[in-house]
Every structure is written in C-alpha cells, then in structure tokens.
Write a protein that binds this ligand. Structure first.
Ligand code: FES
Length: 139
C-alpha cells in the first residue's frame, strides 16, 4: 500500500489538507473482509495503481467496507474516506456518493490531472454495487 513518497520535500504537500494526509498515513478500514459479499478492483491505466474495495451488504445497505491497494496519497486517502462515508448507505438508491462529495471530503486542491486518483476507489465501489445487483444466473 502507498509506496509513493509524497512528502514535503517536493513542495506538493501544500496542496494536501491535514485530512488527506491523515487518511493517507493512517488509512481507515484498510485490509480485507473475512467473507465479503462483493469485491471489485479498479486500476488507473495512467499509473498502474490499484484499489480493491470489499463490501459486506446487509438489508441492502453497506454494513462494512474495506480496501486494499497500492496507490498514491490521493487514491489511498480517498479510499479511506470512502469506506467511512458509505457505511449504512442503501445500495439500491443508485446514488451512493457523488464524485463531488468524495472530492470535497479530501478538502484539498485536487488538480484535474489527479482526478482519476481521487475517483479510483469510487469507481471500484460503483463496480461492486453493479456486480452485487446483477441478476444471479445458473442457480
Ligand atoms: Fe496512481 Fe494516483 S498516481 S492512483
């Protein structure tokens, strides 16, 4: 996880809020669920980084969310925040959380060139929900 060295020495840290840095350094809900109901891994083709989201679903709501992956500070912090934001959210609503909400939660100046980093975990989450809601066949 997080093998990118994004610290103060190159000046970029000024763009990152305390919230972002805290979630990058101390990611919440990092690790795998013992028996997830659904999991999906997305990767960023621009850099090859990967974020896998795992969910436990109960009564059509997200009862637990965890993530594993290898990414930059923005993608790890976004994954960490996302796993907190979606707890209890009804998956049938289709809304889950918007791009704007997740970006806002990072409280940082995310440049257009880094949007893919910030939204990578959300793409994985949306794919999880799609897979989970897909009609089961062959039963
Ligand atoms: Fe790869 Fe951000 S640089 S996800």
């Amino acid at each position: 996880m997080g093998n990118k060295n994004e610290n103060a020495t190159d000046g970029r840290q000024m763009l990152y809020s305390d919230t972002l840095l805290d979630h990058f350094r101390n990611p919440r809900n990092y690790g795998s669920l013992p028996s997830p109901d659904v999991a999906y891994e997305e990767f960023n083709p621009l850099c090859g980084d990967r974020i896998r989201i795992e969910l436990k679903i109960s009564d059509n709501r997200i009862a637990a969310a965890r993530f594993v992956g290898d990414g930059c500070a923005i993608s790890i912090a976004a994954a960490s925040l996302l796993t907190e934001l979606v707890l209890g959210v009804e998956i049938a609503s289709g809304a889950l959380i918007s791009d704007e909400e997740l970006i806002a939660s990072l409280k940082s100046d995310i440049k257009p060139s880094r949007m893919k980093c910030a939204l990578l975990p959300l793409e994985a989450l949306r794919s999880c929900v799609k897979v989970y809601r897909r009609p089961k066949t062959g039963a």
